[in-house]
Structures are given as structure tokens and as C-alpha cells.
Design a protein around this ligand. Structure first.
Ligand code: SF4
Length: 139
């Protein structure tokens, strides 16, 4: 059974749902959209919690603390996840056929034809639908 603190940490750091597949790499459940969604959700959560705490303890003169809470609770973890996501996409682009394919969507690590995520071990079309990127985009 997974440790409860690991679980909470996964949720707070956007890692929930990014399980390792049989080859040990991450399944790209995490995409640009899910990170943006996570940041928005955390922002709402932090603002709501702050209002409750400020109201209960009459701490309105410390309202600037909310900015720190937003940075550490939402913006910074989201920014870190964008970095990790971009590193992962870069590896996929460099090591798979999809990286040079017209139908590959980098922002979601997705094949636009099959509407499936691409990983280093999984290419949905197995190369059959590969089409080269235009020369200007391949540089
Ligand atoms: S068409 Fe094939 S090569 Fe191109 S992105 Fe989709 S799975 Fe990858």
C-alpha cells in the first residue's frame, strides 16, 4: 500500500496519474493542459483557504502572505512540471520517428491522427502514417 504522504505529495506536485510503464518511463498523462488546469485549481484552493483563515483569525493586514502561498502552492510547482514535461517531450522528439512527423503535437505529446499519446516505446502507427515535417519546421 502506498504511503499516504507519497500520495499527497503526488497530488500537490502534479504527479498523480503519471505511473511508470513496463519500461520505466512515464506515461504522458501529464500535458500542458493538465498542468494549466492544476495551477488554476490550486490557485482557487489557496485563495479560498486564505479567505477562510483571514476571516476566522482577523488577519487581513497580512494579506500579502497570499502571494507567497500562490507562488509556493500553485505557480512554482506548475512551472517545475512544465520543465519536466518539456524535458520528456524533448526526449521523445529526439528518440522517436514521431519527433519528425507532421502529425505529432508537442504540447500534448500526442499523435493527431490516432489521438493517442506517443512515448519512447510506443508509436501508435508503428511508422506507417509518418509524414515528414516541412523543411522550415524541422530545423
Ligand atoms: S502518424 Fe505515426 S509517426 Fe506520425 S505522429 Fe502519429 S504515430 Fe507518430
Amino acid at each position: 500500500m502506498e504511503n499516504i504522504f507519497d500520495k499527497i505529495s503526488d497530488v500537490l506536485m502534479f504527479r498523480e496519474g503519471t505511473e511508470a510503464d513496463e519500461y520505466g518511463s512515464l506515461i504522458p498523462v501529464l500535458t500542458t493542459g493538465s498542468i494549466v488546469w492544476g495551477i488554476m485549481l490550486r490557485t482557487v484552493f489557496v485563495v479560498f483557504l486564505s479567505f477562510v483563515i483571514f476571516y476566522l483569525f482577523d488577519l487581513y493586514k497580512f494579506v500579502w502572505v497570499v502571494l507567497f502561498a500562490l507562488w509556493f502552492g500553485a505557480a512554482y510547482p506548475g512551472w517545475r512540471q512544465f520543465q519536466l514535461f518539456n524535458e520528456r517531450v524533448k526526449k521523445v522528439v529526439e528518440s522517436t520517428l514521431c519527433g519528425s512527423c507532421l502529425h505529432f503535437e508537442k504540447s500534448s505529446q500526442l499523435c493527431k491522427i490516432y489521438d493517442e499519446h506517443v512515448t519512447q516505446e510506443y508509436i501508435p502507427c508503428e511508422g506507417l502514417n509518418w509524414e515528414p515535417l516541412p523543411y522550415e519546421e524541422s530545423k
